[in-house]
Design a protein. Structure first.
Length: 347
């Protein structure tokens, strides 16, 4: 039986990935919610499914599962409202769970000023800032859309690394992003809505993979710079360290530099590179044997994500990224921002 999905949001991630993924899997999209009811209905009409509404309560009353893809600052309150209604929730990353955001009131959600593109219980201290709202999420069936955990190349790297000590990791992710004043993606440059800049946006996926591989690290140094007018950073450089001795370098950039997305891992017996990260390329050496494999992901990265979460709902098991795992990423983002010193503009 298809699940009845409610979708919060109607931006690019919904129209280009989430709705096509759900429909290709044979799921039912019952409702699309957003501040603009007419736009929500147009989204439904475009895909020939469900109804649009600006009444979040109506969405909660008519679905089996909720997918949240709104500006980051609203992720937690929307997800908590769904969890309180007894519904499983798949939410986009990051949580936006910095203390000021996590404690915002739940009231007034249907009249939000912005709408952009966009298990088992856990102790409260596992959530950033000890937030009661985040503790509620940890106690519910909530997953976070860190879909690269499902990428065939990442799964293969995990297999090759099994039982080996990782010594060094390096992330280098750069690409163009410079929205103009009328661009619907402009909200991503306002930390009050996005939770941060390039690190929180594209960097969060890479930090999640590092936490998956090694656990949560300490931040030993960080610099941020080249900010947008609304305040989000365009450039982050961070140094990380893990208790077992591994170290890491992370660079994320929105700027004119050539596009790059490189993950390198050095470990006992060799090294591996996923370059570009989403290409499916896995190259390196393991115990003197050359590794050169091509394991491409599907064109729509949300198809395996949605399939995994639907499976977790049907059988009552954990999704690929339970919300408690995502807490580590938000704590790490917060720690990098807290440790950061200004980056010289000419470096």
């Amino acid at each position: 039986m298809p699940l009845r999905w409610g979708v919060a949001g109607y931006g690019d991630i919904v129209r280009k990935r989430a709705l096509p993924a759900l429909l290709s899997l044979g799921e039912t999209v019952t409702c699309v919610w957003g501040r603009d009811a007419a736009r929500a209905q147009r989204t439904c009409d475009e895909f020939g499914t469900g109804f649009g509404t600006s009444d979040y309560g109506k969405l909660l009353d008519t679905v089996d599962v909720v997918y949240v893809a709104t500006p980051v600052a609203t992720h937690v309150p929307l997800a908590v409202a769904a969890a309180r209604a007894g519904l499983p929730v798949l939410m986009e990353k990051p949580l936006g769970a910095l203390p000021a955001l996590a404690e915002q009131p739940l009231g007034g959600l249907p009249t939000l000023e912005w709408e952009g593109p966009g298990g088992s219980s856990a102790p409260e201290e596992e959530s950033p800032g000890g937030s009661p709202l985040l503790a509620e999420l940890a106690a519910a069936h909530v997953g976070v859309a860190y879909y690269r955990r499902l990428a065939p190349a990442v799964r293969r790297a995990l297999d090759l690394l099994r039982g080996r000590a990782i010594h060094e990791v390096a992330v280098d992710c750069r690409g163009p992003f410079d929205p103009g004043p009328d661009d619907p993606k402009l909200w991503r440059t306002d930390p009050a809505l996005s939770g941060g800049g390039v690190l929180a946006d594209v960097g969060s996926h890479r930090l999640d993979l590092l936490c998956l591989l090694l656990g949560e690290p300490a931040v030993t140094g960080a610099r941020t710079g080249r900010r947008f007018p609304l305040g989000a950073e365009r450039d982050v450089r961070a140094r990380l360290a893990w208790p077992a001795g591994a170290t890491g370098e992370v660079r994320t950039v929105w700027g004119p530099e050539p596009r790059r997305d490189h993950l390198r891992l050095a470990f006992d017996g060799g090294h591996l590179e996923l370059d570009p990260l989403d290409s499916g390329n896995v190259r390196g050496t393991v115990d003197g044997v050359t590794v050169e494999e091509f394991l491409p992901p599907p064109a729509n990265l949300h198809i395996p994500l949605m399939a995994d979460f639907a499976r977790s709902v049907r059988d009552g098991s954990a999704p690929i990224c339970p919300v408690r795992d995502a807490f580590a990423v938000d704590r790490l983002i917060s720690a990098v921002y807290a440790a950061a010193t200004p980056l010289e503009e000419d470096t």
